[in-house]
Ligand binder design. Structure first.
Ligand code: PMP
Length: 367
């Protein structure tokens, strides 16, 4: 894709290290079935919509004032949601977990420092590293995309990164990491005093709900678990992410955050959603069912889906991935080509969307 303004862009005094880089660019197309960015495809339940409108309209009365810079109520509510003995001092929130990750790189990365992650993984990590002038180190996984404690730890010892990011469940492959990988990476990072981030954007969809690094936080002051309300809470449009960690990690972030970064409207939205979480989290169960249905059906069709702890399924097999992607799009179904040969990724939809996807795949493969 050529940008007609490339020459004009090059004439600007842009930082040398940003020249030639590409922005984040998942296609935003208007199609009937959008299963390409791992959103929650279930609409926000009516009672939650109403609760959000009420809370936001109260916030609107005070929009002449800056919001609570410390979003204290939100941190209390998030701590109550996570449990695990966490208090509001352990919580921090921002505009999506993307901003959370950026703030962590601003505080702990930067020039002369590095961030190690294990590819394939979430495509924003190298982009956030570039923006904060942090060297991105692409660590390796096994051929089947798994990551063993031994291999992960050895790579940490080799590179001595300032930051390690473990994505669990991993985007795009979908599988969660066991605690032993997180613990091995944390221990291996002792010598380099590395911050270890576990990106749990999809944690609520895990097959075993106990699969979370939150229980590892006590006694590990360099461990940070990031979460988002964009997936399980169906609030991608509201832009609310957060982390849980030792209180001094939040203090470090206070040095780099913009004052009042979390708007009063965002805080009100997040609070209303958290207070009505039972109906939101009920939809998570349906999404997990659709996800399992995709895995089972793709196997029946002779493809090779990865086991998934997320709201999406990564699959390979003996098929022409670009041709299938194109055919699905021609039928109004958008999924994701994550740039890994012979593989595609699909988000679990509503029952109807999932059926449309599976029927189109079957038609394509049996023709
Ligand atoms: N982490 C992972 C692994 C993701 O897949 C995403 C969203 N695609 C994010 C973080 C960022 O999500 P948000 O900024 O909406 O919280």
């Amino acid at each position: 894709e050529t940008n007609p303004r490339t020459e004009l862009l090059n004439a600007l005094p842009l930082r040398e290290d940003l020249r030639g880089k590409s922005p984040y660019g998942a296609p935003q197309l208007e199609v009937p079935v959008t299963l390409n960015t791992n959103e929650n495809t279930h609409p926000v339940p009516t009672e939650v919509q109403q609760a959000i409108v009420e809370e936001v309209s109260m916030a609107a009365l005070n929009l002449n004032r800056y919001p609570d810079r410390e979003f204290t109520e939100l941190r209390e509510e998030l701590a109550a949601y996570l449990g695990q003995g966490l208090g509001p001092e352990n919580l921090w929130a921002a505009n999506g977990s993307n901003e959370i990750l950026q703030q962590l790189m601003q505080a702990f990365g930067g020039p002369g420092r590095s961030v190690l992650s294990f590819v394939p993984t979430y495509s924003m990590y190298p982009i956030l590293a570039a923006g904060t002038n942090t060297e991105f180190i692409a660590g390796q996984r096994a051929a089947d995309f798994t990551l063993s404690p031994e291999s992960a730890a050895a790579q940490v010892r080799e590179h001595k990164p300032s930051i390690v990011i473990l994505c669990s469940p991993n985007n795009p492959t979908g599988t969660a990491l066991e605690d032993d990988v997180v613990d091995a990476v944390y221990q291996a990072g002792e010598a380099s005093n590395s911050i270890v981030i576990v990106d749990e954007a999809y944690a609520e969809f895990a097959r075993n709900p106990a699969t979370t690094a939150l229980s590892l936080l006590p006694g590990r002051p360099r461990l940070v678990v990031t979460r988002t309300m964009s997936k399980a809470f169906a609030l991608a449009g509201a832009r609310i992410g957060y982390f849980a960690a030792a209180a001094e990690i939040a203090d470090a972030i206070r040095l780099v955050r913009l004052p009042y970064h979390l708007s009063a409207v965002s805080q009100a939205t997040a609070l209303a959603a958290l207070r009505h979480r039972s109906s939101l989290l009920a939809d998570v169960e349906d999404i997990k069912m659709q996800r399992d249905r995709i895995v089972d059906e793709l196997k029946r069709l002779g493809l090779q889906p990865s086991e998934s702890d997320s709201n999406f399924v990564f699959f390979g097999g003996d098929f022409d991935a670009p041709a299938l992607w194109q055919e699905l799009l021609s039928r109004g179904i958008l999924i994701r080509d994550v740039g890994i040969a012979g593989h595609l990724r699909v988000t679990a939809g509503t029952e109807e969307e999932t059926t449309a996807f599976l029927e189109a795949v079957e038609t394509h493969l049996t023709r």
